[in-house]
Design a protein around this ligand. Structure first.
Ligand code: NDP
Length: 397
């Protein structure tokens, strides 16, 4: 009977736990484990404590994880802690014969780089152990890869141009807050821009390239070219791509705060000595910023994330736009969190469901676009993330 272990009790972990608990016919036993057990207990209490077991674990410590896995015996671990812990959790999975799923690729804490190489290097070990690892199964990365696979399977003979567009047109009422873990988020959006064109990566200054794009039900929003991790796997798995880019919307107020944070050194990941103690400025900043998991109550507006694709079908050029819009208040009413945690947690639950129901089961380490997109796409509609398609439209990119 499928047992699932969720690691990480932040905004995303809250959504995953709510969603997993809603499908008892798929997941019979649920455990939520994290660094701070009272947070797990709080989430379990809201859902109904008898349904969810909780535990304390330091996910940097392989042997603590191994002990926990051996006692609970999960079939799959959903890792929604931080990307820094991906490898130790994968090591513990190999040690104990447990399958793996995450939503963000491994990052070494001391260098802000977004690359799959560390996790792809585990492929043979997972393959030889007969275990599955599903990488990047949130919304972006995650649904964006599934959307691309779905487009490629059903609507194109070849895809040539891919633009992933991520708009958060929500208002949380705070002067500055990030929508997921502040440290990971600020590392991501302050790095240099990068996109794929004609077989090579092209770098830009941070936020150098931008333009207004129209989002369904939202209208025009200034959208900034940034690097995002799914570009690496999609370019590898769709070699016909001539160009692949990622755009994210930012408001002026957000960018101004970000610039100040950087200028005064608070975005730095290099440890400094403060009153005789080593601290990392960005980690201190996280401690004083609003908790992303608690922004939901006053969050209005919606997100819109999708893929704009150009390619060939039956020797003719074709354009296609597939997207989901998610209202922050709908997410809050259902799970007590905001839309960004929701759009990440729902796909993570569905990915684990794909695995335990045998639809996404193969030995090795895989990105989501390497599986059949159809059963996943069906479940998105069932579990709160309906998607829409537009054919032969102006993609604006
Ligand atoms: P939070 O910071 O809110 O939550 C992270 C959780 O992990 C916290 O409960 C934290 O514990 C726990 N944790 C941190 N370190 C450890 C450790 N060493 N051992 C055990 N638990 C630990 O982050 P979010 O919920 O916002 O994000 C979770 C993940 O989702 C991140 O990896 C993020 O990058 C990813 N993400 C992916 C997206 C996608 O679309 N693919 C979009 C958004 C997020 P504590 O409570 O003690 O701090």
């Amino acid at each position: 009977m499928p047992k699932v272990l969720i690691i990480g009790a932040g905004g995303v972990g809250t959504v995953v736990t709510h969603k997993v608990a809603k499908v008892p016919q798929v997941f019979t036993d649920i455990m939520l484990a994290s660094r701070t057990k009272p947070k797990c207990d709080g989430i379990a209490r809201v859902i109904g404590a008898d349904r969810i077991k909780t535990a304390q674990v330091d996910a940097f410590d392989v042997w603590q994880l191994v002990k926990l896995f051996r006692s609970f015996k999960p079939e799959i671990v959903i890792n929604v802690a931080l990307p820094y812990q991906d490898l130790t959790i994968m090591d513990a999975c190999l040690e104990t014969g447990v399958n793996y799923l995450d939503t963000a690729n491994y990052e070494p804490p001391e260098v802000a780089r977004f690359e799959y190489k560390w996790q792809w290097a585990y492929h043979d070990r997972f393959k030889n152990a007969g275990l599955t690892a599903i990488l990047g199964c949130g919304f972006d990365p995650g649904v964006t890869g599934v959307f691309t696979a779905y487009a490629s399977k059903h609507h194109f003979d070849e895809i040539h141009y891919l633009d992933i567009v991520d708009c958060n047109a929500g208002d949380h009422g705070k002067p500055f807050a990030t929508n997921f873990n502040p440290e990971i988020n600020i590392r991501e959006v302050t790095q240099r821009g990068k996109y794929w064109e004609k077989g090579a990566w092209i770098e830009t200054d941070p936020h150098e390239v931008h333009k207004p794009l129209n989002y369904p039900n939202i209208g025009p929003r200034e959208s900034y070219l940034i690097y995002h991790e799914e570009l690496e796997s999609l370019v590898k798995h769709y070699p016909t791509l001539r160009r692949a880019r990622f755009w994210m919307t930012f408001g002026q107020e957000y960018l101004t705060h970000l610039r100040v944070i950087q200028n005064i050194g608070m975005a730095s990941i290099n440890p400094i000595l403060y009153e005789g103690k080593q601290i990392v400025p960005i980690q201190f900043l996280k401690a004083v910023l609003p908790n992303p998991g608690e922004l939901g109550e006053h969050y209005s507006g919606e997100t819109s994330i999708g893929c704009r694709i150009k390619g060939m079908k039956n020797y003719k050029e074709k354009t296609y736009y597939i997207y989901n819009n998610c209202k922050h208040q709908d997410a809050y009413q259902e799970t007590g969190t905001q839309g960004v945690s929701y759009t990440t947690g729902v796909p993570a639950m569905i990915g684990a469901m794909m695995f335990v129901t045998g639809k996404w089961k193969k030995a090795g380490v895989f990105n989501v676009e390497e599986f059949d997109p159809d059963p996943f796409m069906e479940q998105l509609k069932v579990h709160g993330l309906p998607w829409h398609e537009l054919h032969d439209v102006d993609l604006e990119v």
